[in-house]
Design a protein around this ligand. Structure first.
Ligand code: PLP
Length: 373
C-alpha cells in the first residue's frame, strides 16, 4: 500500500457531505452554502460570446486577463475606497483556490494559523495541507471574532490569522472597531491577516468593513469571489488581492497548480463585476427578508440565536438530538461541530431558499424540537 502524506492523512472529508447523504432525496435542504438565484444574464452572455468568438480558447495570463483584474481593482475602489494595482491581483478557481495559495505561500511546516471556531471548514484543512498547525479560537456569545482573543493566541510561531465577515457558518458581521483592531494586530505583530470577504455584499445591518481599508503595512491579504455575490458557485472564479511581493509568491503556486483560472469564467466574472450591480441588492434584500422570517420562526420554536447580520446563515443553539431529529423528519441542517469543536451545541441553517419552503421547514423543525425536549 502506498504511504500517503501525513499532511493529507490529517484532513478528512467535510462533515457537511455526510449530512446530505443521510437525508432522503425529497428532504428540504437547509444545508447548502450557495444562493438560490440564477447567475446574471449579462455574465452568462459574456461567457457565451467569449466561447463563440474563440477568445476563451487559450490560456490567459497566469494572473488572469487584464480586463478582469482591472474590474477587480475597480471593485476595490468602489467598495473599499482602496486603490489597487491590477497587477496585485490573481484570478483563481474560486475563493477556495485563493485561500490555498495564501496558505501555501505563507505557512511553513509547524507554523500556526489562527481562525474562528466555529468557522469555514477550509481554514483548518488548508492549514494542514500547507503543513501548518491549525489554531482555532472560540467566538464571542454573539458569534463574532474578538480581536483580543486573536491577539492573545499569537505566538512566535504564528504565520497568519483568518477573519471572515460576514461569517460562515455564523452570519455574524464584525463592526468597524473590530476590523480596525484586526488591521492593527496585523501591523503591530507583523503577522498576516487573511480576510475572507466572499459574503461582503450580503450585510443587512450596518456596513461591511475590510482590514485592507485600515492596515498600514502590507500584512492584509483579501480573498474574494464571484461565487456568492453573483450566484456563480459553479463558475469557479475568485481572486486574491495582496501586495506585489506576496502576489509574486502566490503566483508561483498558482502557475503550477492551475496555470490560469478558466477563461470563459473570467469573461463572465469581468461582466458581473463591471455590469449593473442591482442583482446584488435584490439578492441582499431577499436574504434580509428570509433572515427576519427564520429568526422569528426559530425564536418562536424556543431556540436561542444571535441575530445574524449578514451572509445567508443562522446559527441557533440547539438541544441534544435536534439535528438528527430534523434530518429524520426531512429537513437537512448541519451540526455545529462540522465547523469546529466550539460549534458543538449549535446547528447551521442556510436560508438560501424561498420563503414558502422556509415556512414548511420551520413547521417541521418545531415538531422536531417538541420531540427532543
Ligand atoms: C467563508 C467562505 N470562504 C470561501 C468559500 C469558497 O468559495 P468558492 O466557492 O468561491 O471557492 C466559501 C464557500 O462556501 C465560504 O463560505
Amino acid at each position: 500500500m502506498t504511504d500517503f502524506s501525513q499532511r493529507v492523512e490529517s484532513v478528512s472529508i467535510s462533515g457537511i457531505r455526510e449530512v446530505f447523504e443521510a437525508a432522503g432525496a425529497d428532504a428540504i435542504n437547509l444545508g447548502l452554502g450557495q444562493p438560490d438565484f440564477p447567475t446574471p444574464e449579462h455574465a452568462r452572455q459574456a461567457a457565451v460570446d467569449a466561447i463563440r468568438s474563440g477568445k476563451a480558447d487559450a490560456y490567459t495570463g497566469n494572473k488572469g486577463t487584464e480586463g478582469l483584474r482591472q474590474a477587480i481593482a475597480a471593485k476595490h475602489e468602489r467598495d473599499q475606497g482602496v486603490a489597487v494595482d491590477p497587477g496585485d491581483v490573481i484570478a483563481t478557481a474560486g475563493g477556495s483556490e485563493a485561500l490555498h495559495l495564501v496558505m501555501e505561500a505563507h505557512v511553513d511546516p509547524g507554523e500556526e494559523v489562527i481562525f474562528p471556531d466555529p468557522g469555514f471548514v477550509s481554514y483548518d484543512a488548508l492549514t494542514r495541507i500547507a503543513g501548518g498547525e491549525p489554531k482555532p479560537v472560540p467566538l464571542r456569545d454573539d458569534l463574532t471574532l474578538d480581536p483580543a482573543v486573536v491577539e492573545e493566541a499569537i505566538t512566535d510561531d504564528t504565520a497568519a490569522f483568518v477573519v471572515n465577515s460576514p461569517g460562515n457558518p455564523t452570519g455574524a458581521v464584525s463592526d468597524e472597531e473590530d476590523v480596525r483592531a484586526f488591521a492593527r494586530i496585523a501591523d503591530e505583530h507583523d503577522v498576516l491577516c487573511v480576510s475572507d470577504e466572499v459574503y461582503e455584499h450580503f450585510v443587512f445591518d450596518g456596513d461591511h468593513h475590510s482590514p485592507m481599508q485600515y492596515a498600514e503595512s502590507d500584512n492584509v491579504v483579501v480573498v474574494n469571489a464571484c461565487s456568492k455575490t453573483y450566484s456563480m458557485t459553479g463558475w469557479r472564479l475568485g481572486w486574491v488581492t495582496a501586495s506585489n511581493p506576496r502576489i509574486e509568491r502566490m503566483l508561483r503556486v498558482h502557475q503550477y497548480v492551475q496555470a490560469c483560472a478558466s477563461a470563459p469564467a473570467q469573461f463572465a466574472a469581468e461582466a458581473a463585476l463591471s455590469g449593473p450591480q442591482d442583482v446584488v441588492g435584490e439578492m441582499t434584500d431577499a436574504f434580509e427578508r428570509r433572515r427576519d422570517l427564520i429568526v422569528e420562526g426559530l425564536t418562536d420554536i424556543g431556540l436561542d440565536l444571535p441575530t445574524p447580520e449578514g451572509a445567508f446563515y443562522a446559527m441557533p443553539r440547539v438541544p441534544e438530538g435536534f439535528v438528527d431529529e430534523c434530518i429524520e423528519r426531512g429537513v437537512v441542517i448541519v451540526p455545529g461541530e462540522a465547523f469546529g469543536d466550539h460549534g458543538a451545541g449549535y446547528a447551521r441553517l442556510s436560508y438560501a431558499t424561498d420563503e414558502d419552503t422556509l415556512r414548511e421547514a420551520l413547521d417541521i423543525m418545531a415538531d422536531a424540537y417538541d420531540a427532543v425536549v
